[in-house]
Design a protein around this ligand. Structure first.
Ligand SMILES: Cc1ncc(C[n+]2csc(CCOP(=O)(O)OP(=O)(O)O)c2C)c(N)n1
Ligand SMILES: [Mg+2]
Length: 437
């Protein structure tokens, strides 16, 4: 770890200069506390929680963002405020809350703001097109990300091209914001291409349907990054339900112990299929889990793109400086069905949907940018046309697309195939030839 710290600038992330994790805690006292959660492993002098410290003492109620989720915190002491109280930069009406003191949003120029809002609008448009394509029999299944655009675009915007994303299966917004052609995503849902096409080129792993497994892949990959001393950070995107999987706990523990450059992003969309978050854990918040692993945990309003961009930027900067892994909990809501095979009216009511629709992430950001004078009718028309074009492109490429060759499966396993794979490939080729004759 010493070499990593030296290589990337040592204690930089532990200083209190503006924009660092420590700075936020000291200034706000809500996201982090100066004496807690910010100390990376291996730096006892920084005073963060150490193994054996009494970290959770019960106490006051934490606040809620929105309603009906894991928001009601029960454990809260000075060292835990960052994991209780979500950061919110923009109020639902688009006005700044005053919590934008961490300078990340201020560092964004008008073009970057317009790009983020355009990515969110495009995500929503293509997402709706993919639902329609499934209904028309062109996709086998689809998992909509309606309502989660701010959580996804904010995180992706904070990443660099060389960083790696390990998505679960609901991350259309992260993928398009990283420049992945949504056709490649659609082909996975068509059952025509394993894990998606065109992802690796954008430093994005195959889409992972096995809940929680991508956290392990990310942690292992991040260990490789550390051993290679590469200037890359790995981001694992998981759901609230994934935190009930053993895989995720192994990943978090290993990542913490080996101090790997991995950011765990939990999109807490309140539901794991029909199971609400409140019955999946006894922890006051999902960010609290970080305390047990000895890593920083940060909670934020996941429907506020400037908040998600800010916490992700801060966490990535911390990780790049050698601080080790971070866990982010982004409070958001899945407004569509779990997948096109699900009927959510069987387990949740309209009132809940209406509450979250009023917290719409796109409306919020749009209002803010209009008030700032950097978004108007012209930008709205341009974004709508970019989004419509992307949707039309997906439809044109996906409708009645030919199936790829069955033996192509073997090309995707290893760079150099093993003897066993070659034997299996030959066997499949013989079988296909026999059926054709
Ligand atoms: C290991 C594993 N167990 C069960 C499933 C079935 N399954 C698919 S999605 C899902 C819920 C996951 O919820 P969450 O992590 O909150 O993600 P969300 O769907 O809300 O985005 C489950 C249990 C699975 N795909 N993989
Ligand atoms: Mg969920």
């Amino acid at each position: 770890m010493a070499e990593i710290s030296q290589r990337v600038g040592g204690n930089g992330a532990r200083s209190t200069e503006p924009g660092t994790v420590a700075h936020w805690g000291q200034r706000r006292g809500t996201l982090h506390d100066a004496d807690g959660l910010i100390a990376g492993p291996g730096d006892p002098s920084a005073g963060g929680p150490r193994p054996g410290d009494p970290c959770i003492d019960g106490g006051t109620q934490g606040p809620e963002v929105g309603a009906g989720g894991l928001g009601a915190g029960t454990g809260s002491n000075a060292a835990l405020r960052g994991v209780d109280q979500p950061l919110r930069v923009l109020s639902p009406d688009g006005s700044p809350t005053g919590a934008s003191d961490p300078p990340y949003p201020a560092l964004l120029g008008p073009e970057q703001h317009r790009q983020m809002l355009t990515d969110m609008i495009l995500t929503r448009r293509v997402d709706a097109e993919l639902v329609d394509l499934q209904r028309q029999g062109q996709l086998a299944l689809y998992a909509s990300c309606l309502g989660q655009e701010a959580a996804q675009v904010g995180v992706a915007a904070a990443m660099r091209a060389q960083d790696w994303l390990f998505p679960q299966y609901r991350e259309l917004g992260m993928l398009v914001a990283r420049g992945v052609d949504p056709v490649g995503v659609a082909m996975m849902w068509r059952g025509a291409y394993h894990g998606g096409r065109g992802l690796l080129e954008r430093h994005t792993s195959p889409i992972c349907i096995v809940v929680g497994a991508n956290a392990l892949h990310a942690a292992g990959f991040a260990l490789g990054v550390r051993l290679d001393a590469a200037d890359e950070v790995v981001v694992a995107s998981i759901g609230d339900g994934a935190l009930s999987e053993g895989d995720v706990h192994e990943a978090l523990n290993m990542a913490a112990v080996y101090e790997v450059p991995c950011l765990f992003v939990v999109q807490n969309n309140q539901w794991a299929i029909s199971v609400p978050g409140r019955v999946q854990t006894k922890s006051a918040t999902l960010a609290h889990k970080a305390v047990a692993y000895g890593i920083p945990g940060i909670r934020c309003d996941g429907n506020d793109v400037l908040a998600t961009y800010s916490v992700a930027s801060d966490a990535l900067r911390w990780i790049r400086a050698g601080g080790g892994p971070v866990l982010l909990e982004l409070l958001t809501y899945r407004r569509g069905a779990h997948t096109t095979a699900d009927d959510p009216t069987r387990y949740r009511g309209d009132a809940e949907l209406e509450r979250w629709a009023a917290l719409d992430p796109i409306d919020r950001y749009r209002r803010h940018l209009v008030a700032e004078g950097i978004w108007g009718e012209e930008e709205e028309r341009r974004a709508a046309s970019v989004a419509d074009e992307a949707a039309a492109h997906v439809r044109a490429e996906v409708c009645d697309a030919a199936d790829p060759s069955a033996t192509g499966l073997f090309d995707l396993v290893f760079t150099r195939p093993t003897k066993e794979l070659e034997r299996q490939r030959a066997q499949l080729e013989r079988e296909l030839a026999r059926r054709r004759s």
